[in-house]
Design a protein around this ligand. Structure first.
Ligand SMILES: Nc1ncnc2c1ncn2[C@@H]1O[C@H](COP(=O)(O)OP(=O)(O)OP(=O)(O)O)[C@@H](O)[C@H]1O
Length: 199
């Protein structure tokens, strides 16, 4: 992950004909974490999609170096497969070491559920499974959209620990949340500060 980098230069985003934000600058190097804050609808998910390359910037530029994992509200795990099999499927596509699946399951304390079909997981357990998928991917750049949704206090601690370890290993994280989260992120982009005032 030595070469991981994420850089936004003067980025603006338009969706549905409306400018959501503009003038966003961000430079993240190995070991750097940032938070993306603001109320519902301000454009946090849109900015993460921009960073993932799934949405074009209206103006400005987005540059990435290293693999990207976007963890949002979509489950994207085979609901009929066991958790271990569903995670292994994606790890193979990501060309990740299969051992990383077991490690990710451990990090998110999902060991007792490894043989349970994904469809039987609770809301919080599914969220932990999606985070485990991100961890197992081995991607350098983690884009986490509301990763605390549905997590209990113990799971929130696991999330904080996982991000901390990822950064210590030279990864990068950008985390969108409308609620405070206890995760390492010295940089904050508060999106309401980048909104265009209505005329
Ligand atoms: N595909 C789309 N086409 C048009 N507008 C969209 C599209 N997706 C999202 N929007 C609009 O863009 C705005 C920002 O949405 P976004 O999901 O980025 O906000 P958010 O800050 O992540 O919100 P939340 O905290 O509720 O998740 C919203 O007004 C939303 O309706």
């Amino acid at each position: 992950m030595i070469d991981a980098a994420l850089r936004l230069d003067d980025v603006a985003c338009v969706r549905g004909g409306r400018m959501l934000f503009r003038g966003v600058h961000l430079t993240l190097a190995p070991g750097n974490g940032a938070m993306l804050t603001g109320p519902n609808g301000v454009g946090k998910s849109s900015l993460l999609r921009l960073c993932a390359g799934l949405l074009p910037a209206f103006t400005g530029s987005v540059a990435r170096s290293g693999g990207v994992a976007l963890c949002d509200e979509k489950l994207a795990l085979d609901s009929d497969a066991t958790l271990h099999k569903a995670l292994s499927f994606w790890a193979a596509i990501d060309k990740a070491d299969p051992a990383q699946v077991d490690a990710a399951i451990d990090v998110m304390a999902l060991g007792p559920l490894a043989c349970v079909p994904v469809r039987m997981l609770s809301t919080g357990q599914r969220k932990r499974a999606m985070l485990a998928r991100t961890i197992a991917s081995g991607a350098a750049i983690w884009l986490l959209d509301e990763p605390g949704n549905g997590l209990d206090a113990a799971s929130l601690e696991l999330l904080g620990y996982a991000v901390e370890r990822h950064l210590a290993n030279g990864g990068i994280s950008l985390v969108a949340s409308h609620q405070p989260l206890s995760i390492p992120a010295p940089v904050t982009i508060h999106l309401p500060d980048h909104q265009v005032a209505p005329e």
